[in-house]
Design a binder for this molecule. Structure first.
Ligand code: 6XA
Ligand code: ZN
Length: 345
């Protein structure tokens, strides 16, 4: 399997996030991608290629223009107001307030975000536009006939919605790729999100549509971030009703529970008969993950890849979360190797 990778991800290198009541060094760090790339090379997964530049057009197919322009200009506005250190929001609109976009940059950050863990830095724009190109270049490999491809995106994307960022995500790389499949003529695409956290952004983007099936297996939002989406009764709206599936699992879940949820996900996915599958590949389900509470082990990721291969459809793996940095390469690449082993059989 080929991997698409760009060094541009290094430009997203936030200093701190607010977590557990403390300002801590960012868990979402450049070394994550280094570890995964090193493992790709170590096991000789396949060629590593640079992305092509698709411009901002495909990003704007899933994100609103005002949001894209906010992200493009946010750093400069922030520096003018405060100086050149990372931008974090501090407060949010809640019930009974209004959602008019403020003029001041601090208000704009609040307006377009949903957490205080996602710093906008000097290099955020460079990194997020590159990550979208990495996703789109993986898609191009499938279009050329590859049965699988790996887009080593960083920062991740699945929490980013049509006009909001958060959870370390700015542009929704998986959604950009899924939409590009549709725009290239595909009638049905499935997005399977195996990250520990609910893919709230992906769900929001496609919630009223039936041409993109979204499935997410994740920690129950009653217990876990992002808290306000990802419940089992969310199945889509309007034309999208029945085309979105949430499989929340409780804290402490290990492979036995996960395997059953993944089997249910694959049954739904296969019945949909998609022309391609996009996997939001987070490995923060690992037992050693510092911010998560599932208990998957190294070997479970091979099984996960094998199960995903059951669709028999071209599959694009898009990197999402995972913060047990030293184990990240093994876990992420195990999914890809499990997939390849099953496809070749
Ligand atoms: C709290 C947790 C952010 C989760 C980011 C993630 N700030 N999402 O891994 O998939
Ligand atoms: Zn996650």
């Amino acid at each position: 399997m080929k991997t698409v990778y760009s060094d541009e991800h290094r430009h997203q290198d936030g200093k701190a996030e607010l977590i557990d009541g403390k300002l801590m060094p960012c868990f979402e760090m450049p070394r994550r991608a280094d570890m995964i790339l090193a493992r790709v090379k170590e096991v000789k997964l396949g060629e590593v290629i640079e992305p092509d530049d698709f411009g901002i057009g495909p990003v704007k197919r899933v994100h609103k223009a005002n949001f894209v322009e906010f992200l493009r200009g946010a750093w400069d506005l922030w520096v003018k107001q405060h100086g050149a250190y990372d931008a974090l929001p501090l407060n949010w609109a809640t019930r009974g307030m209004r959602t008019i976009e403020p003029e001041a940059i601090d208000g704009k950050l609040s307006h377009y975000s949903f957490d205080a863990g996602t710093p906008i830095t000097a290099g955020t724009w460079r990194a997020i536009t590159a990550a979208a190109n990495v996703a789109l270049s993986g898609l191009a490999l499938l279009a050329k006939g590859e049965s699988g491809a790996f887009s080593l995106c960083r920062p991740p994307g699945h929490h980013a919605g049509s006009d909001f960022y958060g959870g370390y995500c700015f542009f929704n790389n998986a959604a950009v790729a899924a939409q590009a499949f549709i725009d290239a003529g595909a009638r049905r695409v499935a997005v399977l999100d195996v990250d520990y956290h609910h893919g709230n952004g992906t769900q929001e983007i496609f919630y009223e549509r039936s041409d993109v099936l979204t499935i997410s297996i994740h920690a129950d939002p009653k217990q876990e971030f992002p808290y306000f989406l990802g419940h089992a009764d969310e199945a889509g709206a309007g034309k999208g009703t029945g085309f979105h599936l949430n499989l929340p699992l409780r804290w402490g879940s290990a492979w036995d529970k996960y395997e059953a949820a993944l089997a249910a996900a694959m049954t739904k996915l296969i019945a949909y008969e998609p022309e391609a599958v996009v996997v939001s590949l987070g490995v923060d389900t690992f037992e050693g993950d510092p911010i998560s509470k599932f208990r998957l082990r190294h070997e479970d990721y091979l099984r996960m890849g094998q199960a995903i291969a059951k669709s028999g459809k071209p599959t694009l793996f898009v990197m999402e979360g995972g913060y047990a940095v030293e184990a990240l390469g093994i876990n992420a690449v195990n999914v890809l190797m499990g997939y390849e082993q099953a496809v070749r059989r």
